[in-house]
Design a protein around this ligand. Structure first.
Ligand code: FAD
Ligand code: PYC
Length: 406
């Protein structure tokens, strides 16, 4: 591959600075979703006159802040099919993008501490099996075999009675997913602009005609908003109403340890989930912050609550240090399903409502949003996620399949 000829200076992808006067498609947001949509627009639909506008640096939003869990053990058949399609793309994505995404299938346990939690696990297991996804209910012995270090009594506070086991559950290197899609899109002719903020969207007669940016005006008839925690601000620019609200979601990592945790563990009751990264850190998170705020500040309260629950499960970690904590802005919907597709404004497409669950959806959301933009029609796979479901009272209730109380 003539990388050095095509990319003088050996940059990972070209550093465009000044946008052209017009593009066929403008994508707002250089997170995984925006970049994946750009890649599939070029690859599957031959649409390459595309600009991705990112106000910061690519992957600097929730894509680079998430805890990288990929799974399809959802609650609704529509959700399970959608996320399963994403898992299938992820499995071969390193090869496709020619970049090691450290995609690592570990198995995913959602721990149940009560009989009522077990009921939801059984429900999810049955829906998953029905759709052909490998999930089943297991007992404490199976959990102990997979993770002998876990104190099944949780310090006597909340004994584990079983779990939903999901074999395809995986983790990946999050920022590499953004970089891989960016390089892939760039190689196909898409132009990516970092430090480029959309400040307004121009609509005439109900049709998008352009965007204003800190680098000037760009004419276009098609705009995709893929901005996660900034969705309300972008939607305000075009007068599109959504029920999305922004809550912080925090996470942290420990110092690196020798590998000891092979699986991914989630406890809804203790509000904690954990996996071990390929460089040995424990990657941990908790529930959403309970207040609406557009901020990426992390708090002491969060790390104190999380670590005390981690010690209920793993008392031997008491001397291990937390080395870094951070927050992202989760764009939450009332039914915990995304908002994808067309909107009442012609040429304004929305990929949002990814809350705490959107990293795993990056490939399939890119693919389906590219198809929606290219054909001006959403594919059947994302019909249940349309914005109009909130008016139609046809919600896609996924709360029972969210990770930890979110
Ligand atoms: P982002 O990556 O946030 O990208 C949006 C981009 O838009 C940003 O880079 C932003 O700078 C840019 N932007 C905003 N406004 C403008 C503007 N006006 N002009 C130009 N650019 C703009 N999901 C999972 O599936 N598994 C997990 O384990 C998981 N864990 C999570 C843990 C945490 C702590 C957090 C915060 C989230 C987690 N998520 C998880 C959710 C997941 O991170 C997100 O749903 C997903 O990354 C959203 O990707 P995105 O590309 O849509 O948004
Ligand atoms: O969707 O699996 C998930 C998840 C884990 C942590 C945050 N989201």
């Amino acid at each position: 591959y003539a990388l050095s000829k095509e990319y003088p200076g050996k940059r990972f992808f070209q550093a465009h600075t000044t946008p052209k006067k017009s593009y066929d498609v403008v994508i707002i947001g250089g997170g995984g979703h925006g970049l994946a949509a750009a890649y599939y627009l070029a690859k599957h639909h031959g649409i390459t006159n595309v600009a991705v506008l990112e106000k910061g640096y690519i992957g600097g939003g929730n894509t680079g802040r998430n805890t990288t869990i990929v799974r399809s053990n959802y609650l609704t058949p529509e959700g399970v099919k959608f996320y399963d399609a994403s898992v299938k793309i992820y499995e071969d994505l390193s090869e496709e993008l020619d970049l090691n995404l450290f995609y690592s299938t570990r198995g995913h346990f959602t721990l149940a501490h009560t009989e009522s939690a077990m009921r939801t696990m059984r429900w999810r297991a049955e829906v998953n099996k029905h759709v052909g996804v490998e999930s089943y209910v297991v007992g404490p012995d199976d959990i102990a075999k997979a993770c002998p270090q876990l104190d099944l009594s949780c310090s006597g506070k909340a004994p584990i009675v079983g779990a939903l086991y999901h074999a395809p559950g995986s983790v990946a290197r999050h920022d590499a997913v953004a970089w891989g899609y960016a390089r892939g899109a760039d190689r196909l002719g898409v132009e990516i602009f970092q430090n480029t903020e959309v400040t307004g969207i121009d609509v005439k007669g109900g049709q998008v005609v352009g965007v204003s940016t800190n680098k000037g005006y760009i004419a276009t008839n098609k705009v995709l908003s893929a901005v996660a925690g900034f969705t309300p601000r972008i939607c305000e620019m075009v007068g599109v109403e959504t029920p999305i609200v922004i809550h912080p979601l925090q996470a942290c990592v420990t110092e690196p340890m020798k590998p000891w945790l092979d699986t991914i563990l989630v406890s809804g009751s203790l509000h904690v989930y954990v996996s071990q990264s390929s460089r040995g850190e424990l990657v941990m998170g908790s529930s959403l912050d309970p207040y609406e705020v557009h901020s990426t500040r992390s708090t002491l309260d969060f790390v104190e609550g999380l670590t005390s629950h981690m010690l209920d499960m793993f008392p031997f970690l008491s001397n291990i240090k937390v080395v870094r904590q951070w927050a992202g802005m989760a764009d939450m919907t009332p039914d915990f399903a995304p908002v994808m597709g067309k909107t009442p404004v012609k040429g304004f497409y929305l990929d949002a409502g990814w809350g705490t669950w959107g990293f795993k959806a990056t490939p399939i959301s890119g693919k389906t949003m590219a198809e929606t933009i290219a054909r001006d029609q959403a594919p059947e796979l994302i019909h249940s996620f349309r914005l109009s479901r909130f008016e139609d009272y046809e919600l896609t209730g996924e709360k029972g399949a969210a990770s930890v109380g979110h």
